[in-house]
Write a protein that binds this ligand. Sequence first.
Ligand SMILES: *[C@@H]1O[C@H](CO)[C@@H](O)[C@H](O)[C@H]1NC(C)=O
Ligand SMILES: *[C@@H]1O[C@H](CO)[C@@H](O)[C@H](O)[C@H]1NC(C)=O
Ligand SMILES: *[C@@H]1O[C@H](CO)[C@@H](O)[C@H](O)[C@H]1NC(C)=O
Ligand SMILES: *[C@@H]1O[C@H](CO)[C@@H](O)[C@H](O)[C@H]1NC(C)=O
Length: 355
Amino acid sequence: MVISKGRYLLLFLCVQLVVMALLYREGYRKRVAYFFGIFYKGGSASMGLINPHNLSQAGDVYANLSLISKPSLREEELPYCPETSPFLGGPIRVKLPENLLLEEVERKNPYVTKGGRYKPPDCESTHKTAVIIPHRNREQHLKYLLYYLHPFLQRQQLNYGIYIIHQAGNFTFNRAKLLNVGFKEAMKDEDWDCLFFHDVDLIPEDDRNIYICDRFPKHASIAMDKFGYKLPYKSYFGGVSALSPEQYMKMNGFPNNYWGWGGEDDDIGIRVALSGMLISRPSVQYGRYKMIKHGHDKGNEQNPKRFNMLTKTRRTWKQDGMNALQYILISKELQPLYTNITVDIGTDKGLRPHT
Ligand SMILES: *[C@@H]1O[C@H](CO)[C@@H](O)[C@H](O)[C@H]1NC(C)=O
Ligand SMILES: *[C@@H]1O[C@H](CO)[C@@H](O)[C@H](O)[C@H]1NC(C)=O
Ligand SMILES: *[C@@H]1O[C@H](CO)[C@@H](O)[C@H](O)[C@H]1NC(C)=O
Ligand SMILES: *[C@@H]1O[C@H](CO)[C@@H](O)[C@H](O)[C@H]1NC(C)=O
């Protein structure tokens, strides 16, 4: 009996050691991938050998929105939308329009209502998806994302809403905590059955990448141009991911204590596993994204503690997450193309009294 207990302990320690070793390796690979990204800026052309994408087939994201029209039925008489939307066009040509104005995006999306909400006018959608975008000082990127995301989601016949979670003040950016806030605030509005957590600088390039949830937490941005249209490393969970409310709560949401760039996405990936779930992914042909180029943001410096923190996730995930989330809601504005939720999420020292 005593011997077998000792054996279990040994086994346990070994497993722990292996996990730690793996985490360090992932961190290392991430850095490698990052450099990869630098060398292959605009990687789509140079890395064409991996998963070739036939650009001549890529279409205008607004191509068949004009086919959507409102029938003369009352809302409760509408049939359910078909399983596969007839408006899908597959690959999308992403070319950032010059001098784009938000008014132009509004004009091109006449069925979008206040707060960035939409329901198909011609059928009842069976999916309700909230898109949560953490944000600060990226108005230009936001404009481009809205230009592509609205028609993209309408082609998929989703009932959706777009939320911007704006971090007030100048303290270091905290992506994961903003996502927790987004989850909580969006769920107050509506019984969403899926939440897409979306970086502001990633534009989807194929509308068959459907913005609905899977049986397991989904990592959607698996093929970014920056990484040569493939996963930078196996457990990567950054960029765009999707969870149902049940999945989100099962893993206690996301961590609140990653201030600055990096680490939080790996922590989230680890939480998925620790809470007994797997990662689901779309096909590599569909999960394609173009990253809008930008310099490193001020106020979002690399988080030097991230490697150290990642080794502790196993011990911290149950204490730090949705159950420990604290913030002060400053404003909630319903803009024509999005809901702007502005929050004070405090600093690494906690919430200060608001002045
Ligand atoms: C790309 O698609 C076009 C039109 O469908 C086709 O004519 C062409 O052969 C394709 N090119 C490649 C490299 O597959
Ligand atoms: C929508 O546009 C794509 C091309 O981008 C086309 O293949 C598809 O058939 C169109 N759908 C309808 C209903 O016209
Ligand atoms: C943030 O920084 C800017 C300029 O660096 C300054 O004008 C502004 O007052 C600061 N805001 C807060 C809330 O500290
Ligand atoms: C969101 O609201 C805050 C507070 O009114 C404002 O400072 C910020 O510019 C808004 N952001 C966007 C993208 O509308």
